[in-house]
Design a binder for this molecule. Structure first.
Ligand code: G3P
Length: 220
């Protein structure tokens, strides 16, 4: 399973990239706005921090302008994945960019039918938003299960399932059980994955017992 970090905060990306566990980054207009920085600058900086795919979203809604924006974004760096919304114009743009060899992340997916359209449009990634479905009392993880089941039926569907809108570690582990290809994690959720009270207690006990031996690995 690939881990992407879901943020436009370059300091967070640098910090988490140092773990060696970050395979890419996803951004969206809201995350870019939150960064307070110029979109093209922050995306270009992110592309220099990680080698993996960096999703940068178009903001036009008509195909002609989406395509122009997508080509400009793709020209920023070789690891750009152009993000387009799951709309008729978005998928038309996805097809054109994908046919030209550009990575495309189709976002704002909320149904299995939408995911089938994205795969047929040649999407590199499909981003189903599990958290936003949970937020309206709909089972977001059921969408992931349905998409994985459908995609597994057709060899020609090469689109990777990129689980997005993740709210907590259980979304991640459940997605992994289903065989999702990628999870894009808010920085805080990635950090939560490390934590368990028994790990902390066990380490403290090991170190306390080691202290009693008076030994040192490096000095002995
Ligand atoms: O990548 C999509 C993700 O940023 C959306 O998450 O929390 O706004 O639903 P959220």
């Amino acid at each position: 399973m690939k881990f992407f970090v879901d943020t436009a905060d370059t300091e967070e990306i640098r910090d988490l990239a140092a773990t060696g566990l970050v395979d890419g980054v996803t951004t969206n207009p809201s995350l870019v706005a939150k960064s307070g920085r110029k979109f093209l600058d922050v995306v270009q900086e992110i592309c220099g921090i990680v080698d993996g795919p960096v999703s940068a979203e178009v903001t036009a809604t008509d195909h002609e302008t989406m395509l122009k924006e997508g080509k400009k974004l793709a020209g920023l760096a070789p690891n750009i994945a152009v993000k387009v919304p799951l709309t008729p114009d978005g998928l038309k743009t996805c097809k054109a960019l994908s046919d030209a060899g550009t990575m495309v992340n189709v976002t704002l997916c909320f149904s299995p039918g939408q995911a089938i359209l994205a795969a047929k449009a040649g999407a590199t990634f499909i981003s189903p938003f599990v958290g936003r479905l949970d937020d309206i009392s709909t089972d977001g993880m059921q969408l992931i299960a349905d998409i994985c089941q459908i995609y597994n039926q057709y060899e020609q569907f090469e689109t990777e399932v990129l689980v997005a809108s993740i709210r907590h570690p259980i979304h991640l582990t459940e997605a992994a059980k289903m065989g999702a290809d990628v999870a894009t994690l808010p920085p805080g959720v990635l950090r939560q994955l490390y934590k368990h009270p028994l790990t902390d207690a066990g380490l403290a006990a090991f170190l306390a017992d080691w202290e009693k031996t008076g030994q040192s690995i490096l000095d002995d």
